[in-house]
Design a protein around this ligand. Structure first.
Ligand SMILES: *[C@@H]1O[C@H](CO)[C@@H](O)[C@H](O)[C@H]1NC(C)=O
Ligand SMILES: *[C@@H]1O[C@H](CO)[C@@H](O)[C@H](O)[C@H]1NC(C)=O
Length: 358
């Protein structure tokens, strides 16, 4: 822990000098994550060079990168998880979390708009890093952290015992805060919005802790149950943040001399809690292709004719209508169960309709 504190202190000084308000391009680590899997075999000197060569990281992030040879792998994994969860959650929305491998901005210039989509991207990627670091802690991949030992003091009323490795979120949250928040400024509207949403992302994890237990005892008698706490799957966090996305709160920037802050857009609107996502600007409609922004548009997207939701042809195609294609596909059919234990099917030709937006 002490080494990290030193790095952070030192980092803070450097950051003040080199801070630049560019897009959070540390997400590039997520697109290149395969490249950072094997850093552990490098010599410390070459690893440090590797961190310092990542010019899309700000100085403090490079310092944190050098902390341990597993950091690059762990943070890249967090970024990758965030991006792929965003794509899963949005795959049926007009904007489907498109990334561009040939752009240093990862999501195109779209995130120049302080929209609710931007809020989701920040939240899920801050959560990704906290999640990935926490997992690494319980695997023993970082020396600064480990399992949650303090939890063993919590009463279990004798029904079971604490055992195994309970995941300790504290360091993961702390690291995510230091790393992901490093480039944000508390004095700009954009910075405040990003910091708020990063924090909301990390808090979404705290709510997804579960208790898992294992039975011990003579021949499965379960006379003793041993339990530990762990984070539920990252999918749960993506789901929970999507609900926050849907109820995201429109805020405005209040620029007082002493304190700059975000307040609800209109008087009487709900004040955002630390768990809510906030946005400053309305989203574009994402209907038409706009490569300057990095919006692909919804033309030729597959839609669902019978749905009234985001994936329905009506909404997804932005009223432009759709084309139906009839496809012949081979499917398993007339399956029978044969005692014991086989399932025998026939192959049938079926026609299926697919709808694509104009
Ligand atoms: C870092 O960049 C320098 C100069 O571009 C290069 O010579 C060196 O090989 C790079 N080091 C690593 C570890 O990628
Ligand atoms: C997003 O939509 C575009 C078409 O607009 C498609 O080419 C792309 O594969 C989709 N991406 C994902 C992750 O679903």
């Amino acid at each position: 822990m002490r080494t990290l504190k030193t790095v952070i202190l030192f980092g803070a000084i450097v950051v003040c000098i080199t801070w630049s308000p560019a897009t959070a391009t540390w997400w590039l680590l997520g697109l290149n994550s395969a490249q950072f899997q094997s850093s552990a075999e490098l010599t410390p000197h070459i690893y440090r060079d590797k961190c310092n060569n990542l010019t899309y990281l700000v100085a403090k992030q490079r310092q944190l990168c050098s902390l341990s040879q597993n950091v690059l792998k762990i943070v890249s994994e967090g970024a990758r998880m965030g991006i792929s969860e965003c794509q899963f959650q949005f795959h049926m929305h007009r904007w489907n979390c498109t990334t561009f491998t040939n752009s240093p901005y990862v999501f195109g210039h779209l995130l120049g708009i302080k929209s609710r989509e931007k809020a989701y991207v920040y939240a899920i990627s801050a959560a990704g890093v906290a999640y990935s670091v926490t997992r690494a802690c319980s695997r023993g991949e970082l020396t600064e952290c480990g399992c949650d030992e303090r939890i063993r003091q919590r009463p279990t009323r004798g029904r079971w015992e604490w055992g195994g490795c309970s995941e300790d979120l504290r360091f993961g949250e702390y690291f995510s805060k230091e790393f992901v928040d490093a480039r944000e400024s508390r004095s700009t509207a954009d910075g405040l919005m990003n910091l708020h949403n990063n924090e909301a992302g990390r808090r979404a994890i705290r709510k997804e802790m579960e208790l898992v237990c294992k039975c011990h005892g003579v021949s499965g008698s379960c006379s003793m149950r041993v339990c530990w706490r762990r984070i539920r799957s990252f999918r749960n966090i993506g789901d929970s943040l999507l609900r926050r996305f849907e109820s995201a709160i429109n805020v405005r920037f209040v620029n007082r001399k002493k304190r700059k802050k975000l307040r609800p857009m209109k008087r009487g609107y709900k004040r955002p809690t630390k768990r809510d996502l906030v946005f400053l600007e309305e989203s574009p409609d994402y209907c038409n292709r706009n490569m300057k922004l990095g919006v692909l548009g919804t033309s030729s997207r597959l839609c669902n004719k019978t749905s009234w939701g985001m994936d329905g042809c009506k909404i997804l195609c932005c009223g432009r209508g759709y084309q139906t294609m009839v496809k012949e596909v081979t499917e398993k059919c007339n399956c029978r169960f044969i005692w014991c234990c086989k399932v025998i099917c026939e192959q049938c030709q079926v026609t299926r309709e697919e709808h694509y937006c104009n």
